[in-house]
Design a protein around this ligand. Sequence first.
Ligand code: HEC
Length: 197
Amino acid sequence: MKFKVLSSLNILLTGGVSTLLFLGGCAGDNTSPGIEYAPDMYHSVAYDPLSQMEANPHTKDGKNLIEPVKNTIARGQLDYVYPYANTPEDYERAGNELKIPADIDSSEATVAEGKAIYLNYCAVCHGENGMADGPIVAAEKFPAPPAYNSDRLKNLPAGKMYHSITYGKNLMGSYASQVAPKERWKIIRYIQTLQKQ
Ligand code: HEC
C-alpha cells in the first residue's frame, strides 16, 4: 500500500517536472533555445577556430585561427616553392639551372602518365602530338601555338617549359593552380618525346 502511494507520488512528481521543463522550453523569447540539457555539448569550451564572435585574448589580433608565419611551407609541399620570378631574366635562369627531379624518370610509365595529364589540360590547344592542331585551334577559336618539334621549340630546355607552365607565356595562361609540380614534370617528359618527332 505504502509502496503504491510512493510510486504514484513519484509519477506525479516526475510528470510535473517534465511538464515544467517542457513548458520552460517553449516559454518567452522565441529566438532563445530555452533550457539546454548539457550546454557543453552545444557551446564548445574550446575556442572555435572560425568563430568571429569571440575575440581570443591570447592572440595578438584577437583571431582564433592563427595565420602561419611568413614563408611557412605546408608539409609535403616543398616542391611548390619556386624560386624564380615571372621575368624574362628568370625565364632564362630557369632554363639554365632547373633540371627535371631525379624521381621523374623517362620511363614509358612516366611518359604515359604525363601524356594522360597533357591530354586533359594541354591537348585542346597543342594537339595530342603537339602539332598545334588541338580542337579549339582547328576551329579557329584560338591562335595556334608553335609545334613542339618546330625550330622554336624543339630545343626548348625543360626548365623553360616548367617556367612557362607555372607562370604562363603570352597567350597561354598559367597552369600552376591546376597541375601539381610533379605532374608538370611528367608532362614535360611527354613533351620531350614530341620535340624529337
Ligand atoms: C588555350 C591554349 C593553350 C593551352 C590549353 C595550353 N597552351 Fe601551351 N601554349 C599556347 C600558346 C599560344 C603558346 C605560345 C606562347 C608564346 O610563346 O607566345 C604556348 C606555348 C607553350 C610552350 C612553350 C613555352 C615557351 O617557353 O616558349 C610550352 C612548353 C607549352 N605551351 C606547354 C603547355 C602545357 C604543358 C600545357 C598544359 C598544361 C599547355 N601548354 C596548355 C597555348 C596553350
